[in-house]
Write a new protein. Structure first.
Length: 119
């Protein structure tokens, strides 16, 4: 069971990035999938979540309207589209899967991908 993130990098303010989170060993549509971030010197923050049933999404106020979480069931991958990036979005971004499916409890984190927003 594993999550592998990719897509981080260095961008200028106002630019976009798309993070990917590929799952191995389980089906992403059966669990709540979320993106977290940790900026230097700050606490870890929940950025976005997509539920298993119905694919309902929710976002931190700081990213609402700029970030979009989505899921591609065929690719067993979750994405975070980040637009209008700001320097304060600079952080290590982590993907997380959590929940219980047919009594199988799961919680797994990815290794993280670094996003740096700087002029």
């Amino acid at each position: 069971v594993q999550l592998v993130e990719s897509g981080g990098g260095l961008v200028r303010p106002g630019e976009s990035l798309r993070l990917s989170c590929a799952a191995f060993g389980f089906t992403v549509s059966n669990y709540a999938m979320s993106w977290y971030r940790r900026a230097p010197g700050k606490e870890r923050e929940l950025v976005a979540v997509i539920t298993s049933a119905g694919g309902i999404t929710n976002y931190a106020n700081s990213v609402k309207g700029r970030f979009t979480i989505s899921r591609d069931d065929a690719k067993n991958t979750v994405y975070l589209q980040m637009n209008s990036l700001k320097p304060e979005d600079t952080a290590q971004y982590y993907c997380r899967a959590a929940g219980t499916y047919y009594q199988q409890k799961l919680e797994v984190w990815g290794q993280g991908t670094l996003v740096t927003v700087s002029a």
